[in-house]
Design a protein around this ligand. Structure first.
Ligand code: URA
Length: 231
């Protein structure tokens, strides 16, 4: 791909902006040699203002989402893209959240520009496990584990029952719940069906990945091995 389009697609600016960056000598090889717009170079050899280019298509990142951010590209409030470099919102193909977390849910959010991977991870057919830590308004009553595991729980206004889910109580008001679907407000509605109310919801894992020590509000790229594991 020509340099101008390559850099523009990574969100550094419009093709016109990138032409201006090239004219100003800001786009170079690692040794500082300025590049011309028609150059055919491997992305890993390009520097902008001396910095390596962002990863190209196939990017997969993990974000530790705080409360108050929406998984959306446009919202009157704060959006998860504010936690990433601003140019990530302008990339082509777009970097999109893999499923959504509610504004008041915290934890592991994957984002990628790989449409096939996104589809694989969000399709209920692939049973990708998602692990949530839940804090409840009222104590667990002991019936939830069997109900959630039954594969027969029908949420209000839905026509198919939920796939079996695994609940492990971790305290009187806390639990870890593993589900393999991603229906609208699924975890909150599951507990609402038992007469309870979710006060805090945190996603700790997805597809075998865990947040580890990733600080809240920060992100990191997945390693090639982690991406291979997801595929
Ligand atoms: N289930 C919910 O109810 N909310 C989330 O954010 C994720 C799963």
């Amino acid at each position: 791909m020509r340099l101008i389009r390559l850099v523009a697609n990574l969100g550094y600016g419009s093709q016109k902006d990138v032409r201006a960056m090239i004219r100003d000598g800001r786009v170079t090889l690692a040794d500082g040699t300025p590049l011309k717009g028609e150059a055919q170079v491997a992305p890993e050899d390009v520097r902008i203002d001396g910095e390596p280019l962002d990863p190209g298509p196939g990017l997969v990142l993990m974000l530790n989402k705080p409360v108050g951010y929406t998984c959306s590209t446009s919202d009157p409030g704060r959006i998860v893209y504010e936690l990433l470099p601003p140019r990530f919102l302008r990339r082509n193909p777009v970097v999109a959240p893999v499923g959504r977390l509610d504004r008041d849910t915290t934890g592991l959010l994957l984002m990628t520009d790989d449409g096939a991977l996104l589809h694989r991870l969000t399709s209920p057919r692939h049973h990708v496990p998602k692990v949530y830590e839940v804090t409840l308004a009222r104590p667990l009553d002991g019936s939830e584990t069997e109900l959630f595991a039954s594969g027969a729980l029908m949420l209000r206004s839905e026509s198919t029952p939920l796939a079996p889910a695994v609940l492990e109580a971790t305290g009187s008001h806390t639990a870890r719940l593993t589900i393999t679907e991603g229906r609208y407000h699924q975890v909150k509605r599951m507990f609402a069906a038992t007469g309870n109310h979710v006060e805090n919801l945190h996603r700790a894992g997805l597809g075998g990945l865990e947040l580890g020590g990733l600080p809240e509000g920060t992100w990191r790229l997945l390693t090639p091995d982690e991406v291979a594991g997801l595929r």
